[in-house]
Structures are given as C-alpha cells and as structure tokens.
Write a protein of this length. Sequence first.
Length: 365
Amino acid sequence: MIGHLAYAAGSPCPTFVLDAARLPREEGALLLHLAEARRYLASAGGAHVLKIALVEPSTHPMFDLDYRFVQALPGAPDRFDLRGSCGHSILSAVVAAARSGMLERLVPGVRIRVNVLNNGDGVVCEVDRVEREEVRFTVTFVQPRPVPFGRLLPTGGPRTALDAGGERVEVSMVASANTYAFVDARTLGIPDTAALFDAGDELLARLERIRSAAARLLGWDPDGVFPKIAAILPGADGSLSARAVTVPGWHPTIALTGAVCLGTAVRIPHTVPWHIARELGASDGLVDIVTSGGRTAVSAVTAAPGWSGEDAGTGEDGGSAEDGALLWASVARKRVTFQGSFVLEPLSHLQFEEVAQCLALSGAA
C-alpha cells in the first residue's frame, strides 16, 4: 500500500494520507491496520505524525472526494479518536489525492468538493495557486441548507458554566466544522495578548481540565481530543487573539476548523466570541484571528434574523429562527506542501495489482 505525506502550513504536524478503498471498512479491523501503519511510520522517524486522512473518490454526485479523519493519540500506536475532523488534513488529503491520480490535476480555479464522513460537512477547496511542491487554497465550509444557530449550540445555549476540577468556568460551546469550547482568557487571569501567548504549562493544564469537563458534559470521552478548546481575548487593531490546544500541547496557530468555528461563534448572539467581537467593533463580516504563529482571516456568512426556518426545512427540531442561521464560512490563503509517497511495508499486501507490478519492475518493491 502507498502512503503519502503532506503538510498544511499552521498545522502541528503533517497528515498521513491513505487510500480508504484498500483498507477494511469494519472499524476494529481498520484500527488494527492503522496501528501497524503508525508503528512503521514511527520506526522511520514519523512518530510525530498524529493526523491520518482516509480518502477515496466519492460515489455521491455532489462530491469529488470522500474523506475520513482519524486523530492518532500519543502514548501507544493503537490509540485513536474518530469523533472530529481536521481542516488542515482535508487540504493535505486533496493534494495527496491529486498526486496519486485519484483526483484531477490541480490548477488555479479548480474546485474540489470534499464529503467529510466524520460529521457530514461539505468542504469546497478552491485552488488559488500551484507551484512545484506547494498548493494554495481558499477553503469554504458549505451548508446544504441554512443551519439555525440553535443547532450549532450543543449545550442548548450560548454560554455554559462548567466545573473543571473545582474551578467554575463559563464557556461557549459551538459546533461548526468541529465542536469547540471558547473561554475568555481574561476570566482565567490572562489580561492581554502578550500574557496569553507567553503562558505555559499552568494555563495549558487549566484548559485541558476545562476541555475534559466539556467532554463529560457532552457524554464524550474526557481523555479524547474532542471537543477542542481555545482561549480568546481582544487583540490589537480590531483583531481577536486566540490560543488553542491540540495533541499533545499548544497548537502552533489555530486549526482550520477552529478558525471556522470561531468565525461562526462571533455571529451567534451572546456567545463569548460574540461579546468579544462587539468590544472590538468587528461583529460582522471578516474576523482577523491572531495567534502566536501568525494570522488567519475567516468570514462566516449568515442569514439575518427573521430568516425563514420553514424554507430551510427546519420544522420542530430546527432550532430558533430569531437569531439567524449559518450559510457558509471561508478561510483564504492556506498553503499545503506535498512531502512525498512511500510503500507502507506492513500493509504491502493491500497494494492494488498495477502498483505492485510497477514497483517490482522498478526494483522498488
């Protein structure tokens, strides 16, 4: 079997991309194969690669690529979390799929439509620029129909009080691209951007405890990865400063799904990000997110209050139409570098015949 590595700028590590059609469909057997792949990757110096993307051409007429994200967890090669998604890995998967011939050649203007199997998201990856080893994208998370804000709040309200190891903390939990818990860093004693970016293990541990409390509230594994968590506060020049947690520590920037979720949360009345955005005078349109590793701009497009939930097909379980609904969210200027392909020896029995023959003729197998 052939494995591919690609790195999206801003991600904590490269993504390991595999052809889903060559792997078992049953979850137990699939994870056994992925554990073998992780052991092999670690033996070659790739223990830090904790993101896995499983891709294949989509059978759905609206999509080009089916994508499933697997978050590998540190500590043992057979530890995984299958609950969430990863925007950086989606882009890495698109580049690897095009390099392997699974998709058409990437040229400026091409749009690759990705079906995220983990959560049902539809993601449009539009190619802006192509160089020898790098591709630049604008990424849009598109809703098939307007999603009422109420359905984006997994706890049922814009803010939730959590008991995190004896500490009572108010967060906003928002589910858009991934589920995130957003906390105002100032309520944790962090006064400004400099202090947020300089904070070390103490703040990291507090955020991990808050994240675990949020997971328990949702009935999820508190030792997993989801929901994600980020501390935010007002930045300079109308920007919003953010520091997020990933596996196994601080995120170097902010996840692509985190940017999308934060951009969406800014538009949902009475959430923590909504209040901070109003302090900044940046409650509508483009949100400029500043992290210790760079800047990300995200724009969430919503239907205005008073939109027709009936037209959106909502009905009894559709949520309130009073505050509006999410249509789509976009992030521009994302860069992906293709790092190469290799034969995954422990899974070599899963190679399709044509590749096996070519490798044998070349002497590479």
